[in-house]
Design a binder for this molecule. Structure first.
Ligand SMILES: NC(=O)c1ccc[n+]([C@@H]2O[C@H](COP(=O)([O-])OP(=O)(O)OC[C@H]3O[C@@H](n4cnc5c(N)ncnc54)[C@H](OP(=O)(O)O)[C@@H]3O)[C@@H](O)[C@H]2O)c1
Length: 274
């Protein structure tokens, strides 16, 4: 299923995330299984240290590069205008491609105060046709407001932690008002207790689906872009088999009620690892 970003570029709404997937055979197997299954969106990052394997898997898959939507991200230690342009070249080289579909600032790192300059480098890459869309990740509303005020190109996407325990309702509303897509990372709460919660389990039983499929369906129906990670072939297939059922309004409301604004990952205001 394709969505349209604010610059007119189409992007699949469901993809494979590859954080903590090992470089080498593991990443190649995961990406190839996903592409065979029908995934066309792959979400990596320089810091995942598996861009080379992602690129190799794409080339060996037989799927044309232009039919794949590839996301990567600039890491915190590479922020700043010149450093970002250099980091982008390194990512391209590792991926073995000559453009990126979506390039994101991985974290705002407010303490180093470089994300506006970094974003200006992303704008330059967009202007030069080297990326099809640009965006951010882990940005709170005030970080987005600064980008909207001080830069020219609106971010197409804000990729943030989001799952039924952290629904991100306020941020989603802000993004919607500004035509920015919310992309959900850790959409399955990293395989956490949400997958055994009785509300999710009973909805899953109603539809003859698994809890993970119900959670992915919740994301899709909320309008999130969603990138579940798995290295397990059967789960990679399971997570994509979500287009033959629909959650009712009552079921959506039942899952919405599980929100506790609870993170499993770091708070972007504090995260400053370089
Ligand atoms: N921008 C950022 O700062 C940021 C941060 C975190 C993540 N991300 C992106 O978001 C992607 C997804 O997030 P994530 O990797 O943190 O977590 P996730 O997708 O919520 O969960 C992945 C975990 O769930 C398990 N799993 C996958 N499918 C399952 C299924 N059908 N049933 C039961 N368990 C299942 C996986 O196990 P197996 O792999 O063992 O099958 C893995 O342990 C990342 O890979 C990355 O691309 C971005």
């Amino acid at each position: 299923m394709l969505i349209t970003l604010n610059n007119g570029v189409s992007m699949p709404q469901l993809g494979l995330g590859v954080w903590r997937v090992e470089e080498g055979q593991q990443i190649k197997d995961a990406v190839k299984t996903a592409l065979d299954t029908g995934y066309r969106l792959i979400d990596t990052a320089a810091i995942y240290k598996n861009e080379a394997g992602v690129g190799e898997a794409i080339r060996e898959s037989g799927v044309k590069r232009e039919d794949i939507f590839l996301t990567t991200k600039v890491w915190n230690s590479d922020q700043g205008y010149d450093a970002t342009l250099k980091a982008f070249d390194e990512s391209l080289h590792k991926l073995g491609t000559d453009y990126i579909d979506l390039y994101l600032i991985h974290w705002p790192v407010p303490s180093q105060d470089l994300y506006v300059d970094t974003y200006k480098a992303l704008e330059k890459l967009a202007q030069d046709g080297r990326v099809r869309a640009i965006g951010v990740s882990n940005f709170h509303i005030p970080h987005l407001e600064r980008i909207l005020q001080e830069c020219t190109v609106k971010p197409a996407v804000n990729q943030v932690e989001c799952h039924p325990r952290l629904a991100q309702n306020e941020l989603r509303e802000f993004c919607k008002q500004n035509d920015i897509y919310l992309e959900a990372w850790s959409p399955l709460m990293q395989g956490g207790d949400i997958l055994t919660h009785e509300t999710i389990a009973s909805i899953a039983a109603n539809h003859g689906k698994t809890p993970a499929q119900v959670v992915i369906r919740w994301h899709l129906q909320k309008g999130n872009i969603v990138i579940p990670k798995s290295i397990t072939a059967s789960r990679i297939k399971e997570n994509f088999d979500v287009f033959d059922f629909q959650l009712s309004d009552d079921e959506l409301a039942g899952i919405n009620a599980l929100n506790e604004d609870k993170r499993v990952g770091p708070n972007p205001d504090e995260f400053a690892v370089t």
